[in-house]
Write a protein that binds this ligand. Structure first.
Ligand code: UD1
Length: 339
């Protein structure tokens, strides 16, 4: 079985490549390296002792995709490639819609032309209508009412792929809604390497720990949560990667479209994360309480039951392991892949 991984040099993509290679899949990565480093793939090969094929290609470039499908017999595609910065998406909505939708459409068209009809899509919990629906979110809960263009691109891509699956009985689409992936491969060789100032909590904390940032800003401590800080469903990236393996197996044995949450079902607050990280690293994280971040919800966590029942997958790694592995990656690679 050969799996094409778009965006395979990125954070979740690289960890998924490790799991695929370790489970006997041949892996082809297509990535334009616009927000990542090819070094991640060398590390994936080091971890697994296996090789993969890399194409430097933009997934919007149909001719480039065509060449990849001409040269390889691809059984399944995992589509991670896309722009992902929430704040930036509100500044550059047209770029986000153009890139994130055009890539999915190009990919599905080229796949169809080559008779490859299995796609796993990298969606997000952000598609849930969190302003009107309370946590925990299950797959049947209402979606839409997204707070930013990034979220809408996830919502629209799900719909595009759902319609593709409805139009052709041979197509299999799995839309995976991620909650908050953190952590790293336990080797410390691959991990999250955001460019610029991190938008997300865990990479920000780990950059404070390693001395790249002065202090953490906690966005609000007056939410209706146990300690007043925002609650999220943090999931170890290796659990998430294993969820993709299960999704590939599911796509091979089913047709049609399905959606699955990938979360733990447990919510932790920003303060819980700070304390757990301090314990795992032995380093104190200075913080100040700042204004709420626009668009943030008090709490957002998953109902993971459907994934367990149907995919046969559940998250098994706890918060301590998530913090330990994040720190192991960050302290060994203080400046990410460039360092
Ligand atoms: C964010 C995105 C979501 C995206 C996900 C990808 C927003 C509104 N949502 O989710 O669409 O799919 O990342 O991982 O951006 N926090 C701080 N200080 C910081 C950073 C974060 O206090 O410097 C808090 C936030 O207020 C929140 C929690 O930490 O309560 C988690 O934030 P973050 O890691 O950015 O994830 P989400 O906002 O849940």
């Amino acid at each position: 079985m050969t799996v094409l991984v778009t965006g395979g040099t990125g954070y979740i993509g690289s960890h998924t490549c490790v799991v695929l290679l370790e489970n006997g899949y041949d892996v082809i990565v297509a990535d334009d390296l616009s927000n990542s480093s090819e070094e991640a793939l060398r590390r994936v090969e080091r971890i697994t002792g296996k090789t993969l094929t890399f194409y430097k290609a933009d997934v919007c470039d149909r001719a480039a995709l065509d060449r990849i499908f001409e040269a390889n017999k691809i059984d399944c595609v995992i589509h991670f490639a896309g722009f992902k910065a929430v704040g930036e998406s509100t500044q550059k909505p047209l770029e986000y819609y153009d890139n994130n939708l055009a890539s999915t459409i190009s990919l599905a068209k080229v796949m169809s032309e080559h008779g490859c009809k299995r796609m796993i899509f990298s969606s997000s919990a952000t598609v849930y209508d969190g302003r009107n629906v309370p946590s925990p979110f299950s797959e049947t809960d209402r979606t839409g009412n997204c707070t930013n263009p990034y979220g809408w691109t996830k919502f629209m891509n799900e719909q595009i792929l759902r319609d593709w699956a409805a139009s052709d009985p041979g197509v299999s689409v799995v839309n995976l809604r991620y909650f908050n992936p953190i952590g790293a491969h336990p080797s410390g060789l691959i991990g999250e390497d955001p460019s610029g100032i991190p938008n997300n909590l865990m990479p920000y904390i780990s950059q404070v720990a390693v001395g790249r940032r002065d202090h953490l800003n906690i966005f609000g401590n007056d939410y209706d949560t146990p300690d007043g800080t925002g609650v999220r469903d943090y999931i170890h990236v290796m659990d998430l990667a294993e969820g993709h393996l299960k999704a590939v197996e599911y796509a091979v044995s089913h047709t049609g479209e399905e959606v699955f949450n990938l979360g733990t079902g447990t919510g932790y607050s920003v303060m819980d994360i700070v304390k757990a990280f301090e314990k795992a690293s032995g380093i104190r994280i200075p913080y100040v309480i700042a204004e709420r971040r626009p668009g943030d919800l008090a709490e957002l966590y998953s109902d993971p039951v459907k994934s367990k029942k149907i995919l046969g997958w559940e998250a098994v790694r706890g918060l301590e392991e998530m913090c330990r592995d994040t720190w192991n990656w960050q302290k060994n690679n203080p400046n990410g892949y460039e360092g």
